[in-house]
Design a protein around this ligand. Sequence first.
Ligand code: COI
Length: 351
Amino acid sequence: MKITLSKELKQKPDSSKLGFGKYFTDHMLVMDYENNAWKEPEIVPYAPFQIAPAMNILHYGQGIFEGAKAYKNSEGKITVFRIDDNFKRMNKSAQRMCMPTFDAEVVKNALFELIKIEKDWIPTQPGTALYIRPTLIASEEVLGVHASKKYKFFIILSPVGSYYAHGLTPTKILVEEHFVRASIGGTGEAKCMGNYAASLLGGELANSKGYDQALWLDGNEHKYVEEVGSMNMFFVIGDEVVTPALVGSILDGITRRSCIEVLKKYGYKVSERRISMDEVVEAYEKGQLKESFGSGTAAVVSPVGLITYRGKDMIINDGKMGEITSFLYDRITGIQSERYEDEFGWVTEIK
Ligand code: COI
């Protein structure tokens, strides 16, 4: 693999003030596709791309991405969490968006080289990580609406702290009833850029009213819970932990999967099924809605303290992080940071 190192290295940020996605490391991985084939991946200095104004991605949004994390322990051991699942999902998104799939092993090995070069950028404070953002965009210069014949794949790295500025303080969520993020048969299940663009207006409206996120309902009946754009959703109702089933319009979250697997292993009753807002409200009114939380690579496991639906405020667990949410946060971050043994085989060491 060709590696071109940067002549000038940037100053690294203070790891107690990282926030999310504000700093980028010195190098990135790029890999181009043309004439029906992928070229070799390359590591180059992090720098702007030359973008032609007619480039397909700018007009028709044929683009997908992923989010993963790398960690470094106090002895300097570097690990990544469930990275194979990310590349598998990315190839699935590529198929849905009419983009070429890639050899996940080739890309993974190139990513590991990049992470080794950037090892000094991996923060070690609890709650921090090196966020990995693989991205694939259509790069052909042509205005006809068809699948691009050229693509650019790249991976950038960003040292991150908490996704929410308020850290683990429970989030406030407004249920969005008018706009929809995705519907069955659409692209909701793919990690494509358009899903995030579609979620911005609802998200901004929720933010303007003091909420952290909008909660999306199904596109057909506007009745069933889907996800929160940056997180999958969970509810603890009585002794059952419920998360919306993957019906085709919801992201198959890797942290969602991890939560389900940990909960099952530790004897909790977990259901992946449709859950309507009527059921959530009824459970709340009966005192059965014990906890709610979101899951995502960026957000990890994030407690939900308030859900507002049709003007009704549901304050969950007195607005505090609940027992199951704390258990999951501790277990998942513990496996990622090696505080707990990796009994699921999710962690890969980069040597
Ligand atoms: C992630 O959790 O990694 C995501 O991609 C969600 C968001 C930051 C866009």
